[in-house]
Design a protein around this ligand. Structure first.
Ligand SMILES: Cc1ncc(COP(=O)(O)O)c(C=O)c1O
Length: 370
């Protein structure tokens, strides 16, 4: 992923599908409201659990949207979803504890697990299963050291949403085997196939789930670095203590922006959803018509995971050819773990005009022609 930031610099006409950073600037109303708050003195450390108004708003949001009653003592504001994952793993893992990671997965998970002293245990998910985790395979990986499982739906990189049935089965395994679930719920807004179901809302799961949320994607606020966790009070307190000895608090101004984002969500989010949906369906239609490329119907998130196996090349080779022949930058599937081999990930990070140009160029490449 780091490498991708440097690739393609030599091509002024590069079309960059590589990074999951929307090309939208944060809504001006959010920026202005945060700016006003900064001028009015919100420039200090906040409460150690986060800005009290923001935490109240977060609790109200979960009540209003999911009928999920969350207490203030279950909510910690963090400096991004990535940092929230670090806090969650640090809080629950002892040296040698195992964490199940459905793969292909967000690249940092295995690294973060190892940094926290844990051992990532890969659960491959397959296109023929719609990239839904298989319960038999999951159960076969459990040992007496299995502490937790990470789930991410809508999913990066596969673009699928776990069905309610899949979530219920995972919940049952978690309850039967006393596992924690870390739900990396970063893309709930972009759940097209069915409404997003937070696993913490399933019966019996509240006490064994750490939910991670971020303002990065759902509010086009990647650079503000703000997110939060929902977890049982003792875990929230533990994560707060780790956070306090790490960054102390999340940035005050970003927390104010997050507060305004939440309050304005019915204004600022619908155009984002509409645009991403348009992009994903457009990309799907174009890919369908490119021989030797295929993709599942878009269900959610802001990515398409494109099967390139018919080219006979591996994902690194295809990525290199796309870059040098079409000046289109994507990420090779292997960057999301060995089960991602045979795919490339397209982030829907540019508008339809540029996407059209990219797919026109790709269609002319030898490796994708008949
Ligand atoms: C699945 C997943 N989790 C976490 C993150 C990190 O989000 P944040 O910007 O809040 O660190 C991303 C970002 O792409 C992601 O795709």
């Amino acid at each position: 992923m780091t490498e991708s930031a440097f690739l393609g610099k030599e091509y002024p006409d590069l079309i960059n599908f590589s990074i999951g950073d929307p090309d939208f600037t944060t809504d001006e109303r959010i920026i202005n409201a945060a700016f006003t708050d900064a001028k009015n003195g919100h420039t200090h450390y906040t409460d150690l659990f986060g800005d009290p108004e923001l935490r109240e708003e977060i609790c109200m949001y979960h009540h209003d949207v999911y009928h999920f009653q969350v207490g203030l003592d279950e909510c910690l504001v963090t400096t991004s979803g990535s940092q929230a994952m670090f806090l969650a793993l640090e809080a629950i893992l002892d040296e040698g504890d195992e964490v199940i990671v459905p793969e292909p997965c967000f690249t940092p998970y295995p690294y973060q697990i190892r940094i926290s002293g844990g051992k990532p245990v890969v659960l491959p998910t397959l296109e023929e299963d719609g990239f839904q985790p298989d319960m038999g395979r999951l159960k076969s990986l459990l040992t007496n050291r299995t502490k937790a499982m990470i789930i991410n739906t809508p999913n990066n990189p596969t673009g699928v949403c776990y069905s309610r049935e899949t979530l219920e089965r995972i919940a049952q395994v978690a309850m039967d085997h006393d596992l924690m679930i870390i739900a990396d719920d970063i893309y709930p807004l972009f759940s097209y196939a069915e409404p997003h179901v937070p696993v913490a809302t399933l019966e019996g799961m509240r006490e064994r789930t750490i939910t991670i949320r971020s303002f990065s994607k759902d509010y086009a606020m990647t650079g503000w670095r703000v997110g939060y966790t929902l977890a049982p009070p003792f875990l929230t307190k533990m994560m707060e203590e780790i956070n306090e000895n790490n960054v102390f608090t999340a940035p005050s101004i970003s927390q104010r922006a997050a507060l305004h984002g939440l309050r304005m969500r019915n204004l600022v989010q619908p155009p984002l959803v509409e645009e991403y949906q348009k992009r994903s369906y457009y990309a799907y239609e174009r890919i369908k018509n490119i021989p030797r490329m295929s993709v599942l119907f878009p269900q959610g998130s802001i990515y398409l995971f494109v099967n390139i196996k018919k080219t006979g090349l591996n994902s690194r080779e295809v990525t290199t050819k796309l870059l040098h022949e079409a000046h289109v930058l994507v990420l090779p599937g292997y960057a999301f773990g060995a089960s991602g081999e045979g795919y490339v990930r397209i982030a829907l990070s540019v508008g339809l005009d540029k996407m059209g140009e990219a797919f026109d160029r790709i269609s002319l490449m030898d490796i994708f022609s008949h």
